[in-house]
Ligand binder design. Structure first.
Ligand code: AHM
Ligand code: MG
Length: 371
């Protein structure tokens, strides 16, 4: 890449999302297009199909399931974008099963996910952060082989301020006997996931997923209505400069956690300290930034909430799957998130997730192995 002259802004690369830079363009000299190699346009459909080819015995059911979720993501993205215009913002007046206020867009997102999946013959049972119990497939539809769990609109308390939100999803194979899914299918450890991902609704809409062969990210081109590959084979840096945590909770933290945050703020260049604090309060946004730049997101247990705030099945486990597939780590402070065996649908767990060396460091402090 060309160095920008001192005092000027770096040249902007002119490229089409999903296509890479066009080195053949006659405009190259005038507009100083980066001489990056040209790549082919890859839609999410084509990419998911390519992943299916890695499994010679695959029936295509999972492939189509991921398309269905991408469709739900487009519906939710459209609604999130129009939220202010439609006067859809505001409270629906209900509380979800975790005691949080439900916003109208939460309801829309929940229905969009459900309706995109219930009739497809691919899903045996679903579970949503917005529902107390599992969501069965209606009797009139044939159930399939997969279990889908989702947080339809995480970070929805930020909606009124136009701050990023996201849909998180987790896919397992059905393990219970019988054709219809049960709680047993949902209460599997995260290492059994066959796919997971999230859709981030922000300045653009990004779909990030993994089926166990790395992590890829796609940006929605709203004019085409297509998710195009913009972040191939995402790798999380082994160490980051960012930490993300809600420090309001300091007074309830255990001494190891307090000491760790103090340590992050001390000056020591070789260990990238002091670190930068970045906290949106919207997990998908905070996680996505740290995935790309490197860093650590924490929602630890505390005296007030010993198991933290975040839900294992809808938030921690799918993001842990993505983190590990990108070379990162996720722990509850003692155990790998993907090895936790859930005992109830809305179980919470402390979460330390991000660059592997940062996660190890945080866990060592929290456990009193470092001080
Ligand atoms: P939600 O599922 O009700 O939206 O809550 C989850 C959100 C996460 O997006 C975010 O990381 C966390 O709650 C922020 O919590 P806090 O406000 O306590 O920092
Ligand atoms: Mg949530």
């Amino acid at each position: 890449m060309n160095e920008a002259p001192r005092g000027s802004r770096p040249y902007k690369s002119l490229s089409v999302p999903g296509m890479g830079a066009d080195t053949e363009s006659p405009m190259t000299k005038d507009t100083r297009i980066d001489p990056a190699p040209s790549t082919k346009l890859v839609t999410i459909e084509r990419h998911i199909l390519g992943q299916q080819a890695l499994y010679p015995d695959a029936s295509g059911e999972l492939t189509n399931l991921l398309y269905d979720i991408a469709l739900a993501g487009k519906l939710i993205a459209r609604e999130v974008r129009r939220a202010g215009l439609n006067d859809i913002l505001g409270r629906a007046g209900a509380m979800n099963s975790s005691g949080d206020e439900v916003k109208k867009l939460d309801v829309f997102a929940d229905i969009a996910m459900y309706r995109s999946l219930d009739h497809t013959r691919r899903v045996a049972v679903m579970a949503s952060e917005e529902h107390e119990s599992i969501i069965p497939i209606p009797d009139r539809f044939t159930p399939g082989n997969y279990v889908v769990m989702y947080d339809p609109l995480d970070g929805s308390s930020n909606i009124d301020a136009n701050i990023p939100t996201g849909t998180i999803f987790s896919i397992h194979r059905k393990v219970s006997p019988g054709s219809r899914g049960t709680d047993q299918d949902c209460l599997q450890p995260g290492h059994n996931q066959v796919a997971a991902g999230y859709i981030l609704y922000s300045s653009s809409t990004i779909f990030v997923y993994s089926t166990g062969h790395g992590v890829n990210g796609f940006t929605l081109d709203p004019t085409l209505g297509e998710f195009l590959l913009t972040h191939p084979d995402i790798k999380m840096p082994s160490r980051g400069k960012i930490y993300s945590v809600n420090e309001q909770n300091t007074c309830w933290w255990e001494p190891g956690m307090r000491r760790y945050i103090d340590w992050l703020k001390e000056e020591d260049k070789p260990t990238y300290r002091p670190r930068q604090a970045r906290y949106i309060g919207s997990l998908v946004g905070d996680f996505h930034r740290n995935l790309l730049y490197g860093g650590l997101f924490m929602y630890p247990g505390s005296k007030k909430d010993p198991r933290g705030k975040l839900r294992l099945l809808y938030e921690a486990s799918p993001l842990a799957y993505i983190a590990e597939q990108a070379g990162g780590k996720a722990s509850d402070g003692t155990t790998r998130i993907l090895d936790l065996v859930p005992t109830k649908l809305h179980e919470r767990c402390p979460l330390f997730i991000g660059s592997p060396e940062d996660v190890d460091e945080a866990v060592a402090f929290v456990n009193g192995r470092r001080s």
